[in-house]
Design a protein. Structure first.
Length: 427
């Protein structure tokens, strides 16, 4: 059964690394692209964030498709489509064309995360899911860590157009590996022997009966699940977390570029440091959440602490040295990133497996609106104030509130026992 870990997880990791790089590489292109296309900070913030509005819109549909057993072919198709859109980004000439391409990227990437989270529910027991999600979610900090140097060297040797074209080719090629190596459920995995498949299915069934029997008895209707108090609180917390998550990613290179002595290559390397540290934070939180069996607290605490550090950075950034500011950004960014697998694993403890992808898709679709607002609001504040201090404060405040809300979300064992888990609406 080690094939789950050695085959499925690495392919999922690389798939999402490619998606993440294609989604966020605009952050490294901004300094030169803005001059060539005559873009303002507000326009750049809108173009960077509008992707996530279409990403949000496509999440529920992607979840429904995955819940019906078509997640694998959907992801392969989406990889080809977003790869072609990324290549097209290398040929844009106007702000309007940039916005159109970013919308398409968001539309075609929306089905990935919900499919991956459902795959983890289908392949791993409750006490394995923290580590499983933690491993494939490493694709985020690893992609952010390697994309900086890669983008820096490409921009040094060529142009932002070549950056988009080169990184757009990757998902088209990788779609073949995805088709070869991934199965949505153990039943569909041709690379398992009959004995391996039988043993794994028996293990998963025993785990479901032991750890989540109440979910089988829960209301099967989708909207009954969505309007439960814990799911509503979770959705709001996810919205605030997304606001800060993408705002930080998109504007981090520009924040560092305020030091005019830094080259594009240097900024690329420095921008990778928060994500390098996040790898170790993420692994620790994934291990801890499985050991203590609480996704909720292992998401809430680091997210809240990240917010506090962002607020500190906002008040001291102007007077700090580069080393001090970089240290604050590393601490805040690594905690923000490190909690990502935990916050997305929470729905698996709240709702039945048969609707988990759709519920995650709807909740994340709402939450991802924050992905649009984060870059846009920070760009607007940057243009209005001339610095990033107010923007950093907004990121921090959103994360503090998100962490507090997550404390109120009851995890699986509590949901089974406490009245807060009851439906507040019925159909």
């Amino acid at each position: 059964m080690s094939k789950r870990w050695t085959r499925m997880i690495p392919i999922m990791m690389v798939t999402y690394m490619v998606a993440f790089m294609d989604r966020t590489n605009i952050s490294f292109a901004i300094p030169t692209m803005a001059k060539e296309l005559h873009l303002t900070a507000t326009q750049l913030g809108f173009a960077s964030g509008v992707l996530f509005l279409f990403y949000a819109a496509s999440q529920p549909l992607g979840g429904m498709i995955a819940d019906r057993g078509y997640g694998k072919p959907m992801v392969a198709t989406l990889m080809i489509l977003w790869g072609l859109s990324e290549v097209a980004q290398g040929f844009i000439q106007t702000p309007a064309e940039l916005i159109i391409v970013r919308c398409l990227l968001g539309l075609f990437e929306g089905g990935l995360m919900v499919t991956f989270l459902l795959i983890v529910c289908n392949w791993f027991t409750v006490r394995e899911r923290g580590r499983a999600n933690g491993l494939w979610f490493l694709s985020f900090p690893v992609a952010a860590m390697v994309s900086g140097p890669i983008a820096g060297y490409i921009l040094h040797l060529s142009s932002w157009r070549i950056l988009f074209i080169a990184e757009g080719i990757l998902p088209i090629i990788w779609s073949l590996v995805w088709i070869w190596g991934v199965a949505a459920t153990p039943r569909e995995a041709k690379w398992l022997t009959e004995g391996e498949r039988r043993d794994l299915q028996a293990k998963l069934e025993a785990d479901r009966k032991e750890n989540a029997p109440h979910l089988d008895e829960a209301a099967p209707r989708l909207w009954q699940q969505m309007f439960r108090v814990p799911v509503l609180i979770y959705t709001l917390a996810l919205f605030l977390w997304n606001f800060s998550f993408v705002g930080f990613i998109i504007w981090l290179p520009s924040i560092l570029h305020q030091d005019k002595s830094l080259s594009a290559v240097t900024v690329g390397w420095l921008a990778s440091l928060p994500f390098l540290v996040a790898v170790f934070v993420m692994l620790f939180l994934a291990w801890g959440s499985d050991k203590f069996h609480s996704r909720r607290l292992f998401a809430a605490v680091p997210i809240g602490l990240s917010g506090v550090v962002f607020v500190i950075a906002a008040h001291s950034y102007a007077g700090n040295s580069l080393a001090a500011n970089l240290g604050l950004l590393i601490v805040a960014g690594s905690l923000l990133y490190g909690a990502q697998p935990m916050i997305y694993a929470i729905p698996g403890d709240l709702v039945p497996t048969r609707v988990v992808a759709t519920v995650i898709g709807i909740a994340n679709g709402i939450g991802v609106v924050g992905d649009f607002l984060g870059p846009y609001v920070l760009g607007f504040v940057r243009q209005a104030t001339g610095d990033f201090a107010s923007g950093l404060f907004l990121l921090g405040a959103a994360l503090v509130v998100s962490g507090l809300l997550l404390v109120l979300v009851r995890d699986r064992a509590q949901t089974a026992a406490l009245p807060e888990a009851k439906l507040v609406t019925a159909n």
